[in-house]
Design a protein around this ligand. Structure first.
Ligand code: ADP
Ligand code: MG
Length: 387
């Protein structure tokens, strides 16, 4: 693997990214602000990152010619989605520094290896079992694991590929409904709150983190992130940060990594899943912190110094899903951006997606304010304006 040099923004140096979604777009924007050229590999002609990058290599993620083209123009390469083929990252790494590494991304791509990694890092997670055969189904410890959630081991996101199951019969039905692919059955836990921690780890092992984020999901999709994480004891927040750092170190991780945690009804903390990239719950950092998660991604990729981000404003982030583009009667409409932007401390981020679909992440709105109460008040006003 190519060693990890320092890549200075000299007007020529290009940072490459696998994937053309909104995370790639915000990475590209952060890199450009710092003076890098940018290149995106993405098959879709109309992609949020492809629109804004200097170069758009338009091939599939496993296309040898495309990967070679990306490696040729890029001084170093990162990824914006966890389902990037790990083999493609490994192949790129024979030519250029790649962060995160294909091996680390591969661990995050499978819920079973992900959970095993949490255990190896000494971080508690939900009781679980692999379901890949009739024998696995028959062998489930129903007293321990039911009621539970059956999740496809691979490719699940935004609550997709999941079924809640109460008993053995429902479990068998759910596994069939999910196509009898390899799955992980997790015990249903009594959640008091959901948190996430974004860490950035350099090639030298230095690790910094964003403040702990408190997340609210609706229908399995992140809806609201609040920072500071009000109502979460300082000891719990410190434990989450410590666990995230250990998970990253145990992976010998280089880049930005986000760990999702559950706080249970008894106050205990368990890791849920991790993403080998910036995370939706860290988007607030662009506007609320002096160093954002995308700045950190650029710094780790370019071998630049890491500094601990400082939260300078209380913040609430609201995801803007495609549903907002439809009125109660189901007719398409434009959301009232003027009404939202008339409120103090609102930062509108739209991803440039041309096709509106319900439950599709079209953008997000960050509200910054001097106090958590003020941020919450404006967030409620913004939600009312958006209807
Ligand atoms: P995704 O990859 O879709 O984000 P997650 O594993 O994070 O999948 O699950 C989505 C949401 O479902 C979580 O944020 C949480 O609200 C809920 N959830 C997932 N696993 C459990 C569990 N074991 N117990 C209770 N709720 C859960
Ligand atoms: Mg999740």
């Amino acid at each position: 693997m190519a060693a990890h040099p320092v890549i200075l923004p000299d007007g020529q140096a290009t940072l490459g990214v696998m994937g053309g979604g909104q995370l790639g777009r915000m990475f590209v924007q952060a890199a450009q602000q710092m003076g890098y050229r940018t290149a995106v590999l993405e098959p879709d002609a109309a992609s949020p990152a492809g629109w804004v990058a200097h170069e758009h290599v338009r091939t599939g993620y496993e296309d040898v010619i495309g990967l070679t083209a990306l490696a040729n123009v890029s001084a170093a390469i990162t990824t914006e989605f966890e389902n990037v083929p790990a083999a493609s990252l490994r192949q790129l790494a024979t030519h250029r520094p790649v962060a995160p590494a294909g091996d680390a991304v591969a661990v995050c791509q499978d819920r079973a290896t992900e959970k095993a990694h949490f255990v190896a890092s000494g971080v508690p997670c939900a009781p679980h079992a692999r379901i890949g055969s009739e024998a696995d189904l028959a062998g489930v410890d129903t007293a321990l694991l039911l009621p539970g959630i059956l999740k496809t081991s691979r490719m699940g996101y935004d609550g997709k590929g999941q079924r809640r199951v109460r008993d053995a019969a429902e479990l068998a039905q759910a596994w069939s409904a999910l196509g009898r692919v390899p799955c992980l059955l997790e015990k249903m836990l009594p959640l008091a709150a959901e948190l996430s921690v974004v860490v950035a780890r350099g090639a030298d092992g230095q690790c910094v983190h964003l403040p702990v984020q408190r997340n609210l999901h609706r229908d399995g999709i992140l809806a609201v992130t609040t920072v500071p994480a009000e109502g979460i004891p300082a000891a719990t927040q410190a434990a989450a940060i410590d666990s995230a750092g250990r998970i990253a170190a145990e992976l010998a991780y280089v880049g930005v990594l986000c760990i999702e945690f559950f706080v249970l009804a008894d106050g205990s903390l368990v890791a849920n899943e991790m993403a080998p990239r910036p995370h939706n719950s860290g988007h607030h950092s662009i506007d609320s912190c002096d160093v954002s998660q995308f700045d950190l991604q650029v710094r780790t990729l370019a071998g630049l110094p890491l500094v601990a981000p400082r939260l300078h404003s209380a913040t609430v982030m609201l995801n803007l899903l495609g549903d907002l583009w439809f009125d109660a009667a189901g007719r398409e409409r434009a959301p009232d951006w003027s009404g939202v932007l008339a409120l103090p401390g609102t930062h509108l981020h739209l991803y440039g997606k041309t096709e509106v679909r319900r439950a599709r992440k079209m953008g997000h709105l960050t509200i910054t304010a001097p106090t958590p109460e003020a941020a919450r008040t404006v967030a409620l006003q913004a939600a009312a304006v958006l209807g």
